[in-house]
Ligand binder design. Sequence first.
Ligand code: ZN
Length: 357
Amino acid sequence: MRRLLATVLTALPLMAHAWGADGHQTVATIAAGLIKGTPAEARVAALLGDIPLPLAAIWADCVKGISPSQHYTYPSPGKYAECMPLETPARIAEMADYVKRNDKQCQIGMDEDSCHRQTHYADVALQRSRYRPGLVGTRSDDVVGALRQAILVLQGKPAPGQPNFTSQREALLVLAHLVGDIHQPLHVGSIYLDTQGKRVDPDKKGLDEATFTVGGNSLYIVAATPAPPVTAAPPAADGADSPVGAGHFGPIKMHTIWDGVPDKFNPDHVNAAWLAEARKIRSNTGDPADWPARWATQSLQQAALAFQGLTFSAKQGSHWTVSLPPGYNAKADAIKRQQLTQAGARLAFVLKTVFPD
Ligand SMILES: [Zn+2]
């Protein structure tokens, strides 16, 4: 099954866009609004050149289009419309350079095939009340560690860990994306299930990899609340992991439900009122390099809410099916709105703190 998943991941380099491009661009649009007129705005512009912050915010996902098995080329330009502005020869070369340094140079985690991909998330068990290094589902190069690394580079401090950044520009491109990811609850909190679909605690029992739900990618939705209309096909007999968007009849995955944002949360909807709301978010204090762990704790708590009231089938091949309780979409949207707003505010806080003048 792991080999099969790896094959699918290789074939479809961009199947997992956390928050979708829209959510990331919303986060960056909020942050851009909040740093307007500050020294941070000028420093960001100097580093990014003609890449606006909302485009920078999807760079780390578009990087997944670089294929290590095809000599670090970008084999499918045009496949993802949002990445097209990044598909110039110079920008592809920049993405390839990053992937070459962050492909196999780490300890690769469960159901993963490259280092840079695994910097987008952690898989902390929902039973934990806070993020702590050493827990099952954490790594030194998980989303917390990678954000810390990017912030150290932007502070001009030594950053010997992973991912490897060669410039502040590269660190900023990755930061602008991962601040979004760490606020997507399923990019931090994960449910672990036994063959009967009962919750297990991997930190207490020791990790059994068969209980890993791949950040909700092995959880297929069977019945959803009214909107949006969801048709989940019967699972493939061999338990194959069908890609999202590969057809109208593929399974809808729990992870995908959480990556998506409704139209009303698109970047176009970031207006003065939303910015005013974001300005009310209180800044973290102390060293910004320590902030990502606190954001992860809060996201983990939101993940616990995201899994409240759900019921799971017994394991069927490589997945479980999930039933969502009534009213789930509205509850999810409220959490998404709050997390997007906080992510935007916090990205701005980091930028203002590392670029004070
Ligand atoms: Zn991501």
